[in-house]
Design a protein around this ligand. Structure first.
Ligand code: HEM
Length: 534
């Protein structure tokens, strides 16, 4: 009986046979999967390199191993040069390089588009709007945030922004005449993060007051950028990491990657702020705050905005609030700071345009000691055109942005099966020479007589239902700070080159310059003491 039992549970295989099974089964699986993907997969007929169709490791190699990383966008571009406007860029995804498809893929409501789950999960914030997969759920969550982003609410932020611009000018003032340059990306990241934090959470996080804190935040953001190609391949990783208790994160992660540890600490901090908010909702303090909030044009915090929305209670938990909080913090900080640094770079690199912009602002101010109102600034032609041109050239989001349609999509003669992730890339449109002649040149004057197509294809903030919700906020924050800095200070670029420090060479969701770039830097030659009221 015993012998029979052993025979049934342990087949009598020799070591060689066991080894053969151990190696053979995975090999068989890989071969089977490859054959399926190449010949039987619904996307098998679509053009593109066989290797990309067979395995995601192809993308992994280009994004993680090759050069400085984040190189798959270069390969995708080469694929289009070879195979045409529609290409299968990995086993599951179709990429289209044709501006005429923009309206179809990034359609507005009521057309439904889900986010491709691996792309939504990348930042580990699937409870935030940006990480929401389902079209309808995304719409409801976005609506709950919308009171924070209404034109009136955003306009009311001017005073708050003024306060932080004062701190920003102090950072420049400290460097007047100094041989030491201002490293603009860190300086501006501290500014935009202070602003967004203050606006969204009614708290002064004080990055501008503490250079070490600002630098460590910048390093965290850089670490996130470096990790992004990796997270694109293993999107579940971030979410899993964040589930770990804080003490484990501190011990393990700080040893492996100290810069990421700073970021994870921010996750935990936001978790505490959200939990505190939820805990005092029903207390006297919470009720007073709620009454105060009712009277405001802008909700006191983004949490109040969500709380007063029509979302059900399970959408108002501490975890959800925390993730939405982090979403707006990340979405608003890095983007705005980069744009500010890039716009100043372009203006200093084109002194004749800088002079026109300055003159316009000063003429608009007349005898006033105050910077013109943001409405006036936005109407100044050279300033507005320079900002627009910088947004176009910067093409902030370099990553493919895949969406999924529940119905099949038609592109020319191609029928893309329902449920297929289909993506396009902003730089393919914003840097398209046929739409914008000499597309890689900074030419603000192109916007004075812009064609209908040029205006339509101006999509630095995206398009459709997933488009940036912070556009108005980004413009106000930028117009006010840019106008102040370029009229108050005489600046000069310091050891900054287009190739090394400005142009993006890596796709880390946002485009990144070369790893050896010390950043865009300027020397402060003089302080004209404009707009100094006290
Ligand atoms: C120059 C500045 C900015 C640029 C170029 C920019 C660009 C974008 C783009 C392209 C998207 C869509 C990304 C995607 O489809 O995956 C997006 C989404 C988003 N942005 Fe911005 N953004 C900027 C500033 C801001 C600011 C200042 C805020 C907050 C105040 C903000 C908040 C958001 C949010 C919350 C989303 C997610 C929207 C959603 O999924 O419904 N952005 N942004």
């Amino acid at each position: 009986m015993e012998q029979l039992k052993t025979r049934l549970t342990e087949p009598n295989l020799s070591t060689e046979q066991k080894l053969l099974v151990l190696i053979g089964l995975p090999v068989l699986y890989v071969v089977g999967l490859t054959v399926y993907r190449l010949y039987f997969h619904p996307l098998a007929r679509f053009p593109g390199p066989k290797l990309a169709a067979a395995t995601k490791w192809y993308e992994f190699y280009h994004d993680i191993i090759k050069g400085q990383g984040g190189q798959y966008f270069v390969r995708v571009s080469e694929m289009h040069d070879k195979y045409g406007p529609i290409v299968r860029v990995n086993p599951d995804e179709i990429h289209i390089r044709d501006p005429s498809f923009l309206d179809t893929l990034y359609a507005t409501n009521p057309t439904k588009r889900d986010k491709y789950p691996p792309s939504a999960e990348m930042a580990g914030l699937t409870y935030g709007t940006h990480g929401t997969v389902d079209h309808d759920m995304h719409r409801r969550r976005r609506m709950a945030n919308s009171r924070m982003f209404s034109k009136r609410a955003v306009a009311s932020a001017q005073e708050l922004i003024h306060g932080h611009i004062k701190e920003l000018t102090e950072a420049f003032e400290r460097k007047v005449g100094s041989p030491e340059p201002v490293e603009m990306q860190t300086t501006f990241l501290a500014y935009t993060t202070d602003v967004i934090y203050h606006y969204m959470f009614n708290k002064d996080v004080g990055f501008q007051k503490d250079w070490n804190k600002a630098q460590s935040w910048r390093h965290s953001m850089e670490a996130v950028a470096q990790a992004t190609p990796f997270c694109k391949q293993f999107p579940w990783l971030n979410g899993k990491l964040l589930m770990l208790p804080e003490w484990i994160l501190k011990v393990i992660v700080a040893k492996l990657q100290p810069d990421i540890a700073g970021l994870l600490a921010t996750h935990k901090l936001m978790g505490r702020i959200a939990a505190e908010y939820v805990a005092h909702r029903s207390t006297d303090k919470g009720k007073r705050e709620s009454e105060e909030d009712e009277k405001n044009i802008k909700p006191l915090t983004i949490f109040h905005s969500i709380d007063r929305s029509a979302l059900p209670n399970e959408e108002k938990t501490a975890l959800r609030l925390m993730q939405e909080g982090l979403t707006v913090l990340f979405a608003g900080g890095e983007t705005g700071s980069r744009l500010l640094a890039h716009t100043i770079y372009h203006l200093l690199d084109n002194p004749e345009i800088l002079e026109k912009v300055r003159k316009e602002i000063l003429e608009a101010a007349g005898d006033s000691k105050e910077l013109p109102d943001v409405k006036v600034l936005e109407s100044l032609p050279w300033l507005a055109a320079s900002v627009r041109e910088s947004l176009r050239l910067r093409a902030t989001t370099t990553s493919r942005l895949p969406l999924v349609s529940k119905k099949e999509l038609i592109y020319k003669d191609w029928v893309i099966p329902a449920g297929t992730p289909v993506s396009m890339s902003h730089p393919d449109i914003l840097h398209n020479d046929e739409i914008y002649p000499e597309a890689l040149k900074f030419k603000p004057e192109r916007w004075f007589n812009a064609t209908e197509q040029q205006n339509k294809m101006f999509i630095p903030f995206g398009k459709g239902t997933r488009m940036c919700i912070g556009v108005d906020f980004a413009y106000i924050e930028l117009y006010m700070s840019l106008s102040t800095l370029i009229t108050r200070f005489d600046l000069e670029l310091y050891d900054t080159t287009w190739e090394r420090d400005v142009a993006y060479t890596r796709d880390c969701f946002l485009g990144e310059a070369s790893r050896d770039s010390p950043g865009i830097r300027v020397k402060v030659l003089a302080d004209n003491k404009r707009w100094v009221s006290d």
